[in-house]
Design a protein. Sequence first.
Length: 364
Amino acid sequence: MLIFWKLRCILFINICNISNFYKETSHGKKTGYICRYCGIYTLFKNNDFKIFQSLTLENQEKISRALDELGYKKNKLAKVLANGKSEFVGIIVPNLYLHYYSEMLTQLLATYANYHYKFLIFMSDKGAAEEENYIDELLAYQIEGLIVLSHTLSSEKLASYHIPIVAIERESMHISSVTSDNYMGALQATSLLIRDKCDILIHINVDVPKYVPAYDRIRAFEDICTEHNIPYELSLNVSGDSYNDLFSQMKVIFNNIDEKYPDKKKGVFLANDTYANMFLNLVIQKYGCLPDSYEIVGFDNSPIANEAIIPITTIGQQIDVIARTAMDLLVKQMDNRKQRKPEPDLAPTHKKIAPVLIRRETTS
């Protein structure tokens, strides 16, 4: 019975946004219960905490003044216990050494200004078991929604958790998603290199599965080269678990290209700005500059593209727009769950954001 009474007292304190029953005031005196301080303690002797909702305006003002006088701070954790809403959103990213993911994370965190959701973030690149453990951990913190950028778990598996979920730039048959128009972006990059009269076009990427949105970059590159009868090469063997691993692989790829096409103007379209910056650095290391025999285009418009030793032409993904759109979709799902009679799980919504060609100094 004592435990029950204490729990009911805690609920009252939550309603008042009080962090503790007791606190040292600025005068160094220990205060008692806040309601006793206000002179309204007897209202709660009958254990009916619903009565707080019908307090007179005068008593509500007393409580507000008492909170200010006693220097109490809001206790967000107590609020979670009171209403069951954590205001937490989980994010799972595969890594942060690719500049796209770090910039996307920055933009997602910036949405706090509009939505006031806090974020719990895990980096998952060690397999399904690890990612499932991370999701279980997030659920233990009562996250209200989840944003997934990793490719580890299928969208069918993610949907089985029955929580609001939005995917960014990954397979998403069973969950809502936001992606760039990858086909349009690759079309812009490839067309630019063709207009600049490159003799051979090369696309450097990982071996992307066909069901992943980014595969459209490979598909568009091949389609445009074939349509214009331009010689091309696909280099889809990039892999690695760290920046150093990727750089070592890129060095091998660069040396092969440089030896294979010594007298040709090479137009190199890379899957992201991190790869593009690596490739540019390798060219400069060998030649001391970016010679006329090379043109380079990246993808993402992450900060590294503009900060590179020679600013890199790139396809801007409008990462800030993608982040805001993802949060919009997620908040709609979360708000629906908060309704007294929430609608049944809605069909997944898929948004595609148009990319923008940003010409800098690595193309003519």
